[in-house]
Design a protein around this ligand. Structure first.
Ligand code: PMP
Length: 397
């Protein structure tokens, strides 16, 4: 492809996406990403961030981050294996292991990066991975990168998992077989059937990997989905992100010492890419300390979620079967969903529409993410706006 044909390829494809209403225009947020946000000078109730506990703007985290800039500077200076492993990274990893009740932990620059790193360091072309069909994009990409055979499992279908695990084992084609799942599924807010998955894994000797990006800080009184089910000693890799409930940035894997030792010598983003900044590391450590000391923020998150869910349900919205604070409001048709979200925006609520291909056709939804930082007044205002827009568009009567 020449440079000229590249540019016409790009222009045609972007125009096509725009015509289908699938080109995501990004509106910058002016200032912090808190329970309210400002976009284009307009203040909006923010129901679209993953800042579940409000920690992204927490004063205690800001304080330690500022101190770390003074004591350690703004960057780690080198990749981890040269001299970019700072004491603050080690402290973070110790805290993560404590938080997840494992022997050790390793941190990465992001959750996405972490899945790419860890899956491909453990699995190879002689292996197979049983992956829930609704797993996150970073799991899918990590599986692809590993070159292992990817076996898609119907969503949370334990009969399908057992059948495919049995077939994979009996085929004798694979050295190692892994079962990998999100702890909490981000589109519908449902929780993985971890006890059943672990039983099947033990029966067929599978490696277990849980991505708890949306469960840490949320499930298990904050400790995560794995601990919620008391399975911390039966899961091989507990993966998580520091960018959602923790409020900062980064990703991690927690597990046995030999696993973490292996990832330190075989996972490429650890070997060849610089770690998070000192301010990020200490802010994450502080956030985890706060979570371990008190369940107050976690309780507030659940209280606000129940309040919002009950309010939307009472108004007549279809909020699906979420078991977590993730609160979808199913509209159905793609264009109606986008119109709904746009109207909410005009009225003062930021709740992003999620449509095909992120979710199946005809199940377009506006996804609400209440947080511990929302006040009852904000949620009441949001519900009033939902009622107005819902009636206007004819989603509720
Ligand atoms: N896993 C899951 C399940 C996620 O939802 C996300 C973020 N959307 C990630 C991994 C990636 O996390 P990060 O934003 O820290 O890269």
């Amino acid at each position: 492809m020449t440079s000229k044909s590249l540019h016409s390829f790009l222009e045609e494809n972007i125009a096509d996406l725009k015509e289908k209403g699938l080109y995501n225009d990004i509106e910058p947020v002016e200032g912090p990403n808190g329970p309210t946000i400002t976009i284009d000078g307009k203040e909006l109730i923010n129901l679209s961030s993953n800042n579940y506990l409000g920690l992204a703007t927490d004063e205690r985290l800001k304080k330690v981050a500022k101190e770390a800039v003074d004591s350690h500077g703004v960057g780690a200076g080198a990749v981890r294996t040269i001299n970019g492993t700072l004491d603050v990274h080690i402290e973070l990893e110790k805290k993560l292991a404590e938080f997840k009740d494992t022997e050790a932990a390793i941190s990465y620059q992001s959750g996405f990066n972490c899945n790419m790193a860890a899956i491909s360091a453990i699995m190879d072309k002689n292996d197979a991975i049983l992956s829930d069909e609704l797993n996150h994009a970073s799991i899918i990409d990590g599986c692809r990168l590993s070159k292992a055979k990817i076996i898609r499992v119907n969503h949370s279908d334990m009969d399908d998992l057992r059948k495919k695990a049995k077939e994979a084992v009996e085929s004798g084609n694979y050295n190692k077989i892994m079962v990998i799942t999100d702890g909490v599924f981000s589109m519908d807010g449902d929780v993985a059937l971890l006890p059943e998955i672990v039983d099947i894994a033990e029966e067929f000797d599978l490696i277990t990997y849980v991505d708890d990006a949306h469960g840490s800080g949320v499930m298990g009184k904050g400790a995560g989905t794995v601990k919620h089910f008391g399975l911390q000693h039966r899961i091989d890799l507990q993966m998580g992100t520091l960018s959602k409930a923790i409020g900062v940035v980064g990703g991690y894997v927690a597990g046995k010492t030999n696993l973490i030792d292996w990832l330190k010598v075989r996972s490429r983003p650890f070997l060849f890419s610089t770690a998070v900044t000192p301010a990020d590391a200490v802010a994450s450590t502080k956030a985890i300390e706060l979570l371990m000391e008190s369940t107050e923020l976690n309780e507030k998150l659940w209280e606000n979620s129940e309040y919002l869910k009950a309010g939307l349900k009472k108004l007549g919205f279809d909020i699906g079967d979420s078991e977590t604070p993730i609160t979808p409001c199913v509209i159905g048709d793609e264009l109606d969903t986008q119109k709904f979200s746009k109207k909410l925006y005009e009225e003062g609520v930021y709740a992003k529409s999620i449509v095909f291909p992120t979710v199946p056709k005809g199940t377009g939804r506006v996804r609400n993410m209440p947080s511990a930082a929302h006040t009852k007044e904000m949620l009441d205002d949001a519900l009033q706006i939902y009622e107005k827009v819902g009636k206007e568009i004819g989603v509720i009567s």
